[in-house]
Design a protein around this ligand. Structure first.
Ligand code: SF4
Length: 466
């Protein structure tokens, strides 16, 4: 693993050249300075250089998958979430297995290769329900990669199922092993948000801590499963919180590689960050910094007053912490993504988030350190609940990648290339009239389409699907 050179300024060209070539790694202090002080064109240049050193100059990728949210019932009350419902709410739901299989069939029909399946954290579904679901998926679609659940769900599974074991890692390992044996292939990094406790306690009510999140991934890696990591920023956090979050991902990945790689262990394959979407969320009603009584824009943002690079900030450091938001725009998004490419030297893929930022910012991300455009995504329920409904089909995503100067290629979950679109048969090059080539509306679950005739067995109780 490359050394750090803490004596050098973050703008030192020799240091940045060494980072590009994998001969040095940035300290958290240096990454924070890049995030806050380096002009975006320069920051984008260095991140792009690093991305080219890792992934080459030619190809940038995407995946065809489908987000399936099997339930919107959730025990947590994250203040940034517009998706969750309580059991008993009129529009709460649990998807019947047959409905999930139907969705996967629709995905397979358009050449999709994986599902990203997550809740809600539903307290009434037993472990057997998840095992039966995974077995049903694998028996009908053995070729489909199941990238499912998330660290907060696993921590809640431990609470719901009370599995054997004396420690949280032992209990997590039990549940992970059972679900892996039933068909779970890898664990997505949902629920990362911001790891710093002061921020997490404010926005992630009822959700696992950052350390618990990282513990889930460690147990998954120990069992040979790959994972990803995420970060949601642009709300109450300070810039140092973002760097602390990246540093946690990097140091736990170092441990995974050191401890498990030789034994066929897993690792974090990708880091994807996106900005908070505020519509319909409790947190979205917080005032923007500068718009509250007594706010003075020349003063530091409360989140920056509280944030520490070691994650140990205290909410007592500023009276308005948690009550003011600093929303992220396109330049802040690109800066953060670029720094993630430079800081996370041990994570293979940096994903560009067109789903939240829009297709053109997602495309610009390919010149700011991202190698992957993520998913064509025929369905999305969580971000769209918060008012953001960008939608792309395969031809459009290929066109965005090609117009950014790269060959588009479809990948699988392991980032192996499935199809490189270098000929006239490419999805985008077959389109004759882009004006008529609009993607269909993004699919989202709605109460109107809820099936009503299927009965779920929940423990010893028969429960109607929500
Ligand atoms: S973000 Fe996820 S864990 Fe948090 S309330 Fe929404 S559904 Fe639940």
């Amino acid at each position: 693993m490359p050394d750090t050179r803490p004596q050098l300024d973050a703008f030192d060209r020799g240091l940045l050249q060494a980072v590009v070539h994998g001969e040095a790694r940035l300290t958290p202090e240096q990454s924070l300075r890049l995030l806050t002080d380096m002009p975006l064109p320069e920051l984008g240049f260095w991140a792009d250089q690093r991305c080219r050193a890792v992934h080459g100059d030619a190809i940038r990728t995407y995946v065809i998958d489908r987000n399936i949210n099997y339930t919107n019932v959730c025990t947590a009350k994250c203040t940034f979430c517009a998706f969750r419902r309580d059991e008993g709410d009129a529009d709460a739901y649990v998807l019947p297995v047959e409905r999930i299989l139907q969705k996967i069939q629709e995905l397979v029909d358009i050449g999709g290769t994986q599902i990203l399946m997550q809740g809600g954290m539903h307290p009434g579904l037993p472990l057997g329900w998840y095992e039966d679901l995974l077995r049903a998926i694998k028996s009908r679609f053995p070729q489909v990669h199941v990238h499912a659940f998330s660290p907060p769900e696993f921590v809640e599974f431990v609470r719901f199922f009370d599995p054997p074991g004396d420690t949280l890692p032992e209990k997590l390992a039990f549940v992970l092993r059972r679900l892996r044996d039933a068909g779970l292939d890898s664990v997505p990094g949902g629920g990362g948000e911001i790891f710093a406790p002061a921020v997490r306690r404010k926005i992630g009510l009822g959700k696992c801590t950052g350390d618990e999140w990282l513990s889930v991934m460690r147990e998954a890696h120990r069992l040979g499963m790959n994972t990803s990591a995420t970060m949601m920023f642009g709300h109450i956090e300070g810039y140092a919180d973002r760097i602390h979050h990246m540093e946690q991902v990097r140091s736990w990945q170092d441990r995974a590689v050191a401890d498990f790689a030789r034994d066929g262990g897993g690792r974090c394959m990708a880091f994807i960050s996106w900005s908070f979407q505020r519509e319909n969320t409790p947190l979205g009603r917080a005032r923007n910094w500068g718009e509250g009584p007594g706010d003075r824009l020349q003063d530091p943002f409360p989140g920056d007053v509280v944030a520490r690079l070691d994650g140990d900030g205290s909410k007592e450091s500023h009276p308005e912490f948690g009550r003011r938001v600093r929303m992220s725009g396109s330049t802040d998004y690109l800066r953060t993504q670029a720094v993630s490419r430079l800081h996370l030297d041990n994570v293979w893929s940096i994903g560009s988030s067109w789903v939240t930022m829009g297709p053109l910012v997602g495309q610009a991300g390919l010149r700011h350190g991202a190698n992957d455009m993520g998913s064509v995504m025929m369905e999305e329920n969580v971000v769209s609940s918060a008012g953001t409904t960008h939608c792309l089909n395969e031809a459009e995503i290929c066109r965005l990648i090609r117009d950014a100067g790269f060959l588009p290629a479809q990948r699988d979950n392991r980032y192996d290339l499935l199809r490189v679109h270098d000929g006239a048969a490419s999805p985008d090059l077959r389109v004759r009239n882009w004006a008529e080539h609009r993607p269909r509306k993004l699919h989202a679950e709605s109460p109107r389409e809820k099936p009503t005739s299927v009965t779920l067995t929940v423990g010893s109780v028969e429960a109607e699907p929500r």
